[in-house]
Design a protein around this ligand. Structure first.
Ligand SMILES: Nc1ncnc2c1ncn2[C@@H]1O[C@H](COP(=O)(O)OP(=O)(O)OP(=O)(O)O)[C@@H](O)[C@H]1O
Length: 675
């Protein structure tokens, strides 16, 4: 924490308020997105094994991001979407990355892009900032006043002038009474302003994060790790530290001006010695401490990776326990922790080297001014109070000129934070560019009021840099009320086709025309259970208050999916549990069907969403589709599904597809086999 203190003893010696403390990293934004779909995807995270995850789709409303990142940087990387014929693009050279990381100009550009939108858009906050600046200046004024009071105080003491001594002591206490509230109010209003800035930036970033399913693309198609940490921690540190640094710079500038005048009027050579000393110190600190920026960057990343590995154990506790995978998990976590520890040790080493220098630098100033000015005092041309004042002025100026030295560690951490936020911003910026430039080499997605799905020449590739082509040139028309079953060997791209229909994967070419988002419901194999009550589970992704369903209707739906006793078991519709833990997979799948019965979408997209149900329950649920005329596209391996569909889309291992009618004879054979 930065501490601002009326430094009683030393200031009294020379008079003055010193501003101390260290900087801390910090930073960012929420347009209410139209929540309309539930999506299931299998995602592969960098350095993570393939994992199955459930993603709730807060469908971007198609509006262009207008957040803080719109402004951020024209440093876009090449657009994704094209299917390259050559090998995947090479990873950036780590040395080059490191060089960029230390590039002060780049960090400054990033800083300005991240910092300015709040002050541009929130005009009222500029007045508040003005108030804080006034308090900052008042603080600097108090410093100067203390300097003169201190000078006369010590002169009176050395001259044994009791009256003057008492008068100066009274003045000192008077200044203290005025100065203390100014310093306290300054700290409070500065921190409140920092908090409002953080709130604004965080909301803006959240807006960008949830816009156009950026949260999904970040996981699947970017080098941006741990976005959670960037939003929760890096943003907080950015705002807080920026404000602190800005005001510290301001206070230092005023301080520098006033005390330079004082010192120059006392003895110009002392002033020159001081400027030379501080310049040399700043230069050497920058040279010695340079590498701290990239080490701090790595530290933020390693800490976040370590925490993420712990969160994964919490989320997958049961699976790990079934496998008895503790040893493996522990060693993975320990490895990540080891990475954080090793890097921290490197950081400490770097800090130690820096401190060899900065400490020597600090100690020398204890005597340097006295050494320069002592001859004048011995000659009797100045009083003792002046020695004291020059000492204080020297310290003030040196502190002002040595900001880089005293804050280097904090600054290096701060710039590492800016760098991480910059990466995040660049990714979002790239997405905005893609939206602006139209589909280009991407799959075009069009919506229609009809309850249909049309695929025109759809070629689909994976969203990673490998861009492996999964499906080639698919043409398909699913009419209203038709039910199409997508079949084919495992890993061939069936779920990926659903991702393309949903608009999650746009990598490839061709066109998807389908029902509007609000009329589509996706049912994944592992349904997503949101945090909240049973009522919220049923109405998801719509809020219960907007769902327009009374208790009786909800109970009827539960009865229909054989979950009628759930409210009773758990304490009513308002009961809150970790539903993915307390419900079996089959119950979760039935709950998801309950969502569908409640929502009655025009188009249902199912991805093995009845895999954990018994055949009778599966049959009842599918019959609902036939009754209500819902258009269905589903993926499944179970032969029993055949009878509920009238068309099959077979995906072949070479990426080609074939439409087949479901023949009554096939259904009869399957039915017989199941009996
Ligand atoms: N995020 C991703 N990035 C790159 N490749 C991916 C990603 N997600 C899936 N894949 C790959 O895409 C291919 C098709 O996956 P998909 O889930 O569509 O298969 P599927 O036919 O539905 O398989 P299954 O029947 O086993 O569910 C797989 O080889 C898979 O590894």
């Amino acid at each position: 924490m930065t501490s601002y203190s009326l430094s009683f003893t030393p200031c009294f010696l020379g008079g003055g308020v010193t501003v101390g403390g260290d900087g801390r990293r910090s930073f960012v934004g929420l347009r209410p997105a139209k929540v309309s779909t539930v999506r299931w995807v299998q995602v592969r995270k960098r350095s993570e094994p393939v994992r199955t995850a459930v993603r709730m789709g807060a469908e971007g409303n198609g509006a262009k991001s207008n957040g803080v990142f719109d402004d951020v940087l024209r440093m876009s990387q090449p657009a994704v979407g094209a299917i390259p014929s050559g090998p995947p693009p090479e990873k950036p050279d780590p040395e080059e990355l490191e060089k960029q990381r230390r590039d002060l100009g780049r960090i400054l550009t990033l800083f300005m892009k991240l910092a300015t939108p709040f002050w541009k858009e929130e005009k009222g906050e500029r007045f508040r900032l003005g108030g804080v600046i006034v308090l900052t200046l008042a603080q600097a004024g108090i410093s100067v006043a203390f300097s003169y009071i201190g000078r006369d105080f010590w002169t009176a003491l050395s001259m044994k002038n009791m009256d003057k001594f008492m008068y100066q002591a009274e003045l000192f206490f008077g200044a203290l009474v005025i100065g203390t509230p100014i310093v306290v109010l300054y700290t409070y209003s500065r921190d409140m302003l920092g908090l409002r800035w953080r709130e604004w930036l965080t909301k803006k970033t959240l807006e960008d994060y949830f816009n156009s399913i950026n949260y999904y693309d970040i996981e699947n198609n970017s080098d941006v790790d741990n976005p959670d940490q960037r939003i929760a921690e890096d943003l907080a540190a950015f705002t807080q530290t920026s404000l602190q640094f800005f005001l510290t710079l301001l206070i230092s500038a005023v301080d520098l001006l006033s005390f330079s005048t004082i010192l120059f009027s006392i003895y110009p050579p002392l002033f020159l010695v001081l400027v030379g000393y501080a310049s040399m110190g700043t230069f050497l600190t920058t040279v010695i401490g340079r590498q701290l920026i990239s080490i701090n960057f790595a530290q933020l990343q390693k800490e976040a990776d370590f925490r993420y590995s712990l969160v994964r154990v919490r989320e997958n506790a049961e699976s790990i326990a079934f496998y008895r995978g503790e040893d493996r998990e522990r060693s993975t976590i320990e490895k990540r922790f080891g990475g954080a520890v090793d890097n921290f040790a490197k950081l400490l080493k770097g800090q130690r080297n820096l401190e060899f220098f900065t400490n020597g630098y600090r100690y020398l100033i204890q005597v340097l001014p006295a050494l320069v000015i002592a001859p004048l005092y011995f000659k009797g041309s100045i009083e003792f109070g002046v020695v004291n004042q020059s000492f204080s002025a020297f310290n003030h100026i040196l502190n002002d000129l040595s900001l880089v030295i005293s804050r280097f560690e904090a600054l290096s951490k701060f710039s590492a934070g800016i760098d991480r936020l910059g990466e995040f911003a660049e990714f979002l910026e790239r997405k905005v560019e893609e939206e602006k430039n139209g589909p280009g080499e991407r799959i075009e997605l069009e919506t229609t009021p009809e309850a249909t799905v049309v695929l025109e020449g759809l070629t689909l590739s994976t969203p990673d840099s490998a861009k492996r082509v999964l499906l080639k040139n698919v043409d398909l028309k699913v009419e209203k009320g038709e039910r199409v079953l997508i079949v084919g060997p495992s890993g061939v791209g069936k779920s990926s086709l659903l991702r393309a229909v949903a608009g999650l994967w746009r990598s490839g070419s061709g066109k998807v025309i389908r029902t509007e988002d609000s009329e589509v419901l996706f049912l994944p194999q592992r349904p997503y259970c949101t945090l909240g009550s049973l009522r919220e589970q049923l109405t998801y992704p719509i809020r219960p208050e907007d769902a327009n369903a009374d208790d009786q209707e909800l109970q009827d739906v539960l009865n229909r999916v054989d979950l009628g006793s759930l409210p009773e078991k758990f304490g009513g519709l308002e009961a809150e549990r970790d539903w993915s833990d307390v419900l079996s997979l089959g119950e979760q799948q039935r709950l998801a069907f309950g969502r569908l019965l409640l929502r009655k979408p025009a188009l249902a997209i199912l991805d093995e969403s009845s895999s954990a149900l018994d055949l009778e329950a599966e049959g009842r649920l599918y019959e609902f589709f036939a009754e209500s005329g819902i258009t269905v596209m589903s993926v499944g391996h179970r032969p029993s599904l055949l009878r509920y569909h009238n068309k099959k889309l077979r995906v072949l291992p070479n990426g080609e597809t074939r439409i087949e009618e479901v023949k009554r004879a096939d259904v009869a054979v399957v039915a017989e086999a199941m009996l």
